[in-house]
Ligand binder design. Structure first.
Ligand SMILES: [Zn+2]
Length: 410
């Protein structure tokens, strides 16, 4: 209860929170569904949207415009850049929603409108990460997750710049150190280079001595470490994990939800208990003329549908893990085999479940030493940044392929 009283102040303006305001830990516009009422007041919620989120979510337009069943209903179509191919040539192009709206050079060459040109095929999309907007938005996610996980905001404020005019917030900027991730051992490589991208968001908040870090993975493509504090103090090691899929199950595929149609009225109270819904909750959502049975069925359905995206990280990461491991062993050198075995048993237990204490935090190097991932990535940034660029562009390519395969883009 004492903790609660401490956190009832808005982290940005310091005003006491009198009206609850729900802030999405990962921006709702990119499919985040985890919400927290412990972060800020309604006014600052709007300020964060204006100063941080609005531009950040635009970066993901190629994804959010083209992927179905994002937990948030598709908002207005937005514009983004990419490349198309026509008659064997690549051209820069502008897209809006799911349409190519202009290919300036091609239109100039042919001297005609785009809709008169046949055989224009989308090939690639641009994600502009070379700016403050990206790091700002990413740091905010890490910051939100830390507060949502009960970390005292005092540890986090060193890297947050809030400008105020009285209580009125006029600017919010995150100054956290943001480090890209790339796989530094063969097991991580195998997890990341599966043939098809797994669309999920994942957050891992962890402490290491006086440092507090958050690993932020958006869409299984944008993977970064955010340094949240260098003066962190805690009696025990912090570890909080959040994982969710980016797509809800399509209505047509939720067979088990349809099954509720065959439930008899006498089972209603058991159903309420199973799905953790109270009768009062249902009553509050009653539509005019709706009987109890339909009402409860609808409320439970909605709950299942929303929760269908919340997943265990273990399930998301460890798809087909064992089979691929055996294949890898066959094709590795002797030293490779040892390192592979080390890291595999470091990340997965005997039942193939992810060992969450290690994943993305530590790995075992070629000499059998345990290494702290963020620190090793700082070294890689300084000594071999080409490796990071190659990894990033490969991930982008996987994402583009996913979009091209799954969207109705034309
Ligand atoms: Zn506030």
């Amino acid at each position: 209860m004492i903790a609660n009283i401490l956190y009832m102040r808005c982290v940005y303006c310091q005003k006491e929170i009198t009206t609850k305001s729900s802030e999405h830990v990962i921006q709702n516009a990119i499919g985040g569904i985890l919400e927290s009422e412990d972060i800020c007041c309604p006014e600052c919620n709007l300020a964060v949207e204006k100063f941080v989120d609005k531009d950040f979510v635009k970066i993901f337009s190629p994804i959010t415009n083209n992927i179905d069943y994002l937990p948030k209903r598709a908002s207005t179509e937005s514009c983004y850049d990419g490349q198309v191919m026509c008659a064997g040539q690549f051209y820069d192009a502008k897209f809006k929603g799911r349409k190519i709206i202009s290919v300036p050079k091609l239109q100039q060459e042919r001297k005609c409108r785009l809709d008169k040109i046949k055989g224009v095929v989308p090939k690639q999309f641009n994600f502009n990460l070379q700016n403050d907007v990206f790091e700002n938005g990413l740091s905010k996610i890490a910051f939100n997750f830390a507060i949502h996980s009960g970390i005292n905001p005092e540890f986090l404020m060193d890297f947050v710049n809030v400008e105020k005019d009285g209580f009125n917030v006029t600017s919010i900027k995150f100054k956290n150190r943001v480090i890209p991730f790339c796989p530094l051992n063969i097991v991580d490589s195998k997890i990341e280079f599966r043939n098809e991208i797994q669309l999920y968001h994942n957050l891992i908040l962890f402490s290491n001595g006086k440092e507090l870090w958050c690993y932020v993975d958006l869409f299984n493509v944008f993977q970064y470490y955010v340094l949240l504090s260098e003066k962190f103090e805690s009696s025990e090691k912090v570890l909080r994990i959040y994982a969710q899929k980016c797509q809800k199950i399509p209505l047509s595929e939720k067979h088990y939800v349809e099954d509720l149609h065959y439930v008899k009225p006498k089972h209603i109270s058991a159903l309420l208990t199973i799905f953790g819904v109270t009768y009062e909750e249902c009553k509050a959502q009653r539509k005019e003329g709706e009987d109890d049975f339909s009402l409860i069925r609808r409320v439970i359905n909605e709950k299942i549908r929303k929760e269908s995206v919340v997943s265990s990280l273990s399930d998301l990461v460890n798809i087909g893990g064992m089979v691929e491991f055996v294949d890898l062993l066959k094709n590795s050198s002797d030293t490779g085999k040892i390192n592979l075995y080390h890291n595999f048993s470091f990340y997965f237990d005997e039942n193939d479940n992810l060992i969450e204490n290690n994943f993305r935090q530590y790995f075992i190097d070629g000499d059998g030493q345990i290494k702290f991932y963020p620190h090793e990535m700082i070294d890689v940034m300084q000594s071999d940044s080409k490796m990071i660029r190659e990894y990033t562009s490969l991930k982008f390519k996987l994402m583009c392929n996913y979009i091209l395969k799954n969207s109705l883009l034309k």
